[in-house]
Design a protein around this ligand. Structure first.
Ligand SMILES: Cc1ncc(COP(=O)(O)O)c(C=O)c1O
Length: 433
């Protein structure tokens, strides 16, 4: 299997379970050692317990699909000795700009810098407020703080986990300079309501689409729904790169031009600086490899959606709440996140059974120590805090087999079945006493 490239088609026929598993075992020793301590070690359970292992990701198995093409591409870049920018970066910008359907795409160093650079390009700074959810990855609010503005944390809709439009409206002040919704877990926020609010107050809406490339809202792609949008190519993302990377999308050509300058220290021409920017550039090699991965992306997206639909069926008889997808949205399932009672016990039980899970996110941003001066308290954002206590993301990546999905769902059912049995025993023993 190794050494051939299959851009489309059903991946299970492309890489059979047996060959993939053995390839993985070939790699396991050497690769795992070099990756020890990396995010992979956290996301993939260790092999060799003699039971089925289902990790949150299986990047090594994915890599089998494009190993040779990546090798070839890597050599081409090395031979060219061009490491920053260049045709690969432009090609990646063009490819994604066309897919998302916007006028400008600016490749940058990572998703966090995409957010930072966008806020800088919009001229947001000290004294300004930016509305963000508190239930997101740190970078959303971190970018606001990095430009010297104040993140204003707003509670979420408990069903979608995304910014609550009415609460957002209530939080708008004369100092609000942007609304920054996050399309969490790969489902778009309520963009009709948030864009209407942005228009009403004359402020931009910046999509944090870092988890949502491939999702749609009223059939329009995430990334094309607001004033500007930011995505991430972090290796665990839907279009994950070989290292850090990100991109800014916008239909506003002036905004795109400024972002492009800012990514290169505000240079308008060589050694002429129109504004103070940073080094937010994307490496050539990363762009070239992303172009290889892009050819697999539609199939990977299809498989994530298939896995999610299958979990919806398989989990129906269990007491967990599957993800709710609002009618205008087609989610891309960056994560398949359930709401679970006794979440931590369930997570430990799944771990024992060789199943990787992650809590995204256990601590809401309004209660992070670095934002203590903003004065939020436990109870300030109840829906966010409740989500932090109850969410659990289970494996949904494109390389899963149906047996994996059945095993995960069956183990969840077993956990609650055991609990029910345990509760019955407890009742019986109470009665006996
Ligand atoms: C919602 C969200 N925003 C921002 C980021 C930051 O992206 P990056 O890790 O590429 O800096 C991430 C990625 O983890 C994210 O999930």
């Amino acid at each position: 299997m190794r050494g051939r490239c299959y851009p489309t088609g059903d991946l299970s026929s492309i890489i059979g379970l047996g060959s993939a598993r053995s390839a993985r075992h070939d790699l396991a020793g050497g690769v795992r050692r070099t990756l020890a301590g990396s995010f992979l070690a956290a996301l993939e359970p260790l092999e060799g317990h003699g039971m089925r292992q289902v990790g949150m990701l299986d990047l090594r198995r994915e890599f089998e699909l494009f190993r040779d093409e990546v090798r070839r591409t890597t050599l081409e870049v090395l031979d060219s000795q061009q490491f920053i920018g260049g045709p690969a970066v432009t090609e990646l910008e063009d490819a994604l700009r066309q897919r998302v359907g916007v006028r400008c795409a600016v490749a940058v160093s990572n998703g966090s810098d995409a957010l930072l650079c966008t806020l800088m390009a919009l001229g947001i700074g000290p004294g300004d407020e930016v509305i963000v959810p508190a239930f997101t990855f740190f970078a959303t609010a971190g970018a606001v703080a990095r430009v010297g503005a104040t993140p204003v944390f707003v509670d979420i809709d408990p069903r979608t986990f995304n910014l609550h439009p009415e609460r957002t409206a209530a939080a708008m002040t004369a100092r609000t300079k942007a609304i920054m919704p996050v399309h969490l877990y790969g489902q778009c926020a309520d963009m009709d309501a948030l864009n209407a609010l942005g228009r009403q107050h004359g402020v931009p809406v910046i999509e944090d689409a870092c988890q949502a490339l491939g999702a749609t809202y009223r059939d329009r792609p995430a990334g094309a729904l607001g004033t500007a949008a930011c995505i991430s190519f972090y290796p665990t993302k839907n279009l994950g790169g070989f290292g850090e990377g990100g991109m800014i999308f916008t239909d506003d050509e002036e905004l795109g031009r400024i972002a492009r300058q800012l990514r290169n220290h505000g240079e308008s021409q060589r050694y002429v600086h129109e504004r103070v920017g940073g080094n937010f550039r994307l490496d050539t090699l990363k762009a070239a490899i992303l172009l290889v991965k892009l050819r697999f992306w539609d199939e990977f997206t299809r498989r994530r959606r298939h896995n999610a639909a299958r979990y919806d069926e398989l989990l129906r008889e269990t007491p967990v709440t599957p993800p709710y997808v609002a009618p205008p949205c087609q989610a891309v399932y960056h994560q398949y996140t359930i709401l679970a009672d006794r979440r931590d016990e369930l997570q430990a039980f799944l771990k024992e059974a060789g199943i990787g899970t992650v809590v995204y996110y256990p601590v809401p941003l309004h209660l992070q120590r670095c934002f203590a001066a903003l004065g939020y308290r436990p109870g300030s954002l109840p829906a966010t805090e409740e989500a932090c206590r109850r969410v659990l993301s289970i494996p949904c990546h494109p390389m899963l087999e149906d047996e994996d999905l059945q095993y995960v769902a069956g183990t969840i059912a077993r956990f609650y079945g055991q609990q029910r049995a345990g509760a019955r025993d407890a009742v019986c023993s109470t009665r006996k006493a």
